[in-house]
Design a protein around this ligand. Structure first.
Ligand code: NAP
Length: 259
């Protein structure tokens, strides 16, 4: 069995690799990190900032690593993985959207394999990422980057993409309040703090007091006669929540049609 501090090899040195490496180092993970040389600019940057080693090619990464992170774009992933020869004692973590476990196993029959999807907030060790199948070593590694959420099966793994997209939408929602506050006369920085801490505070409370669900808490806060209730009713009348649901359903259709 490979040790939890096994060296990490990354095939696909792009945006995801960049924020995962930053997140691991921020979390204090000092393991060896070995990078595929393409993209040379990002590889050089990560080597300089986060003490990573840029290897000569993908094969050299696989030879030296205990855990492999497959992080090319989906269209490049099969060719990249198919050209490599992973060993039985290794763990392969694929973050490639839409590439099923059965296909990964066909391309890499020997290692243990897990699928996950860390998001850019992994850079600050926050946010959720689904994991499937459950894999203790993957859980330990990825758990440093945020909340690892084991899901029941591959269908759920794919559907968790809806939450990943929502994570991106939230930034746009935060911006809406920030911009409105600026238009109302606040300095940009003050508006940003008011907006972001409103979101952070709501999320932090719901996470810390899980016995009360968010819907129940909204009801407890938005009681009849309050401004919060009046505003919430206006949001609902204007289709805000319906719009969010439509966004969720759009992603579901996209995920299911790419099966
Ligand atoms: N970025 C995100 O927020 C995010 C979130 C969740 C999941 N993901 C998943 O993460 C994966 C990577 O996304 P990304 O945004 O990091 O993409 P990216 O920035 O384009 O990085 C992918 C890297 O892989 C390199 N590459 C392509 N073929 C390769 C090969 N055969 N061997 C080694 N490297 C190769 C690319 O080089 P070239 O540019 O030279 O082609 C590029 O540097 C995707 O499958 C995506 O589904 C991304």
């Amino acid at each position: 069995m490979t040790q939890p501090t096994a060296s990490l090899g990354i095939i696909g040195t792009g945006a995801l690799a960049r924020y995962c490496v930053a997140g691991l180092r921020k979390a204090g993970d000092a393991r060896r990190i070995l990078l595929s040389p393409r993209n040379a600019q990002i590889a050089a940057e990560l080597a300089a900032r986060f003490d990573c080693t840029v290897m000569d090619d993908n094969r050299a990464v696989v030879e030296a690593a205990g855990v492999l992170l497959l992080a090319t774009r989906p269209d490049d992933a099969e060719a990249a993985l198919g050209a490599l020869d992973l060993r039985a004692e290794q763990l392969l973590i694929s973050v490639v959207a839409g590439l099923p476990l059965a296909r990964l196993r066909a391309l890499a029959p020997r290692p243990r394999i897990a699928r996950s999807m860390p998001l850019c907030c992994a850079e600050v060790n926050a946010g959720a990422m689904p994991l499937w199948p459950e894999e203790a070593q993957a859980q330990a590694l990825l758990g440093q980057l945020g909340e690892v959420i084991a899901v029941a099966d591959e269908r759920q793994f794919e559907l968790a993409f809806v939450a990943s997209c929502a994570n991106g939408w939230y930034h746009r929602l935060f911006a809406e309040l920030e911009d409105w506050l600026v238009e109302a006369g606040f300095a940009r920085d003050t508006a940003r703090s008011l907006s972001l801490h409103a979101a952070h505070g709501a999320s932090a409370l719901d996470l810390a007091r899980r016995d009360t669900g968010p819907a129940e808490r909204a009801g407890l806060i938005a009681t009849p006669g309050t401004y919060t209730r009046a505003g919430l009713e206006t949001l609902i009348e204007n289709g805000t929540l319906r719009g969010l649901r439509a966004g969720f359903e759009l992603i579901r259709r996209k995920v299911e049609s790419s099966d």
